[in-house]
Design a protein around this ligand. Sequence first.
Ligand SMILES: Cc1cc2nc3c(=O)[nH]c(=O)nc-3n(C[C@H](O)[C@H](O)[C@H](O)COP(=O)(O)O)c2cc1C
Length: 184
Amino acid sequence: MKVLGIATSPRKGANSQTLVEHILAGAKKAGAATELVRLTEKEISPCTGCESCKSGDGCIIDDDMEELWNTMANADAIVFGSPVYWGRLNAQAYPFIDRFYAHLKPDFTIDFPRGKKIVLALTCGGMPPEGLLPINAYVKNVFGYLGCVDGGFIWQNECIKPKDIKKFPEKLKEAEALGKSLVK
Ligand SMILES: Cc1cc2nc3c(=O)[nH]c(=O)nc-3n(C[C@H](O)[C@H](O)[C@H](O)COP(=O)(O)O)c2cc1C
């Protein structure tokens, strides 16, 4: 059992990454192997929409996306953590998500191991809960194309400065419990 964390925040001590780390720590305590990938440490270029991928040759962009795709394929659960920027994921998240397209066949099916759990972890300054639901629905829909199933959603407001999340120990406990729940 392997749980992969993907954190999109560019900041050191990022609140959303800390949430992901606590989810991974919970999974590890329950016996899972874990890995954390920081998207800002990867080179992932935006999709250009060239459609070369649909002629059967794969994506023509040569960067870290293929390696990350294989890392995802080998995980049993994926924890995706992002700050909320202007009511959505941050910019780093979207080139990564767009590049899933290269793996969609012309009929929009995909060869990817099905049934992985996808968890979303968000931190923000002061979002109304109903403002976060579309972000969760969006991420679950995108990962749904990969055959992933909903593994949970966790979020915390009032996380403006790095490490603000530490002021919410109950949330970090909840994150650990969520991580444990991912382990079969
Ligand atoms: C460009 C930018 C846009 C933001 N937009 C929002 C927003 O729409 N709603 C909100 O509640 N917080 C917003 N914030 C605050 C961040 O969501 C918050 O600081 C978050 O916890 C940062 O996560 P991190 O520490 O993981 O980077 C924004 C921050 C930045 C820098």
